[in-house]
Design a protein around this ligand. Structure first.
Ligand SMILES: Nc1ncnc2c1ncn2[C@@H]1O[C@H](COP(=O)(O)OP(=O)(O)O)[C@@H](O)[C@H]1O
Ligand SMILES: [Mg+2]
Length: 293
């Protein structure tokens, strides 16, 4: 079976600014997170893969269909953009029915599908209110429900939780996981390491216009190597840091090197975090405030 998403040597520049250079990636199925800081090119890639923007070079296909076959690609996909596409002056139910009708469903079928989605996204308490009167988190769930009126093979979620409070974010995560279990492949862009780690089967780190590292959260963490042995004073001041392989023998050997000077120091083993991995891979950090949110 063809991969859900296949991208080969994709290039895109705006004027002299190279946004994507030789970007290659494969998403077989499941949830794939494209992780990168603001301006990395995430939305540009989503716009190309959803046929809204033409690449300068390279190729890509969705479920085996080349991007050049725009009509067919559009039948396989759905998108929830960075900015909500719901009509604020309609209710969630009206928005959902409208999309169903636009997709060519009968009034009865569109209403039935709207009811199902209102049920599965737990929107019944809000179904009769205007979208403009809903909280940001609820409006975002309506947005997600709208992209599922017709179940897509591949769903693109461009920074779906940006701007949401932690509770709404977790709620949306649960919706995204449930959706992936129904067989839809999800390409989710995010600047939040925590989000990529919580949701994605695989993570691709986007930097300098290409995927600079890829794997599960654990694989990315492992890529930056062994555990650190940190020696501190009683009040937490770091005196020395030694790299070890994390085994008892490795730690004993590292400590033996230090001799008696270290006898009074406190010992701690630290594993690199995904955040450390990201910083070392891209040479850039991700805003810690955001990661902690
Ligand atoms: N239509 C456009 N015209 C000119 N520059 C653009 C356009 N779209 C995006 N860019 C530039 O491309 C870079 C990547 O943008 P974008 O794909 O939106 O990044 P991200 O979604 O990762 O924040 C940015 O420097 C942005 O200013
Ligand atoms: Mg973006």
């Amino acid at each position: 079976m063809a991969s859900a998403i296949e991208v080969d040597a994709l290039r895109k520049s705006y004027g002299s600014a190279v946004v994507l250079s030789d970007l290659t990636l494969t998403v077989p199925s499941g949830i794939y997170s494209l992780l990168g800081p603001n301006g990395a090119g995430k939305t540009t890639l989503v716009n190309i893969l959803t046929t809204l923007v033409k690449p300068d070079g390279g190729t890509a296909s969705i479920c085996g269909v080349p991007l050049t076959d725009r009509r067919c690609v559009r039948q396989q996909i759905s998108v929830t953009g960075q900015f909500a596409a719901v009509d604020a002056l309609l209710t969630p139910a009206e928005n959902l029915v409208l999309i169903g009708r636009l997709l060519g469903m009968s009034a009865r079928r569109a209403r039935g599908r709207a009811d199902e989605l209102i049920d599965s996204f737990d929107l019944s308490a809000s179904a009769g209110k205007l979208v403009r009167d809903l909280s940001g988190g609820t409006a975002r769930r309506v947005d997600l429900a709208m992209s599922l009126v017709q179940q897509p093979k591949v769903l693109f979620l461009d920074e779906p939780t940006t701007g949401l409070d932690p509770t709404s974010r977790r709620r949306l995560w649960a919706d995204i996981r449930a959706l992936a279990r129904t067989g839809t492949t999800v390409l989710l862009t995010t600047q939040y390491l925590e989000e990529a780690e919580a949701l994605a089967d695989r993570i691709g780190v986007l930097a300098q216009g290409r995927i600079v590292a890829e794997g599960t959260a654990a694989e990315l963490t492992a890529r930056i190597g062994g555990e650190e042995l940190v020696l501190t004073t009683g009040d937490g001041e770091v005196v020395r840091t030694l790299t070890t392989d994390g085994t008892a023998g490795g730690v004993a050997a590292a400590l033996a090197q230090l001799g008696s000077d270290a006898a009074g120091l406190h010992v701690e083993l630290r594993r690199p975090t995904l955040e450390d991995a990201f910083a070392s891979l891209t040479g850039s950090g991700i805003d810690r405030e955001k990661v902690a949110a």
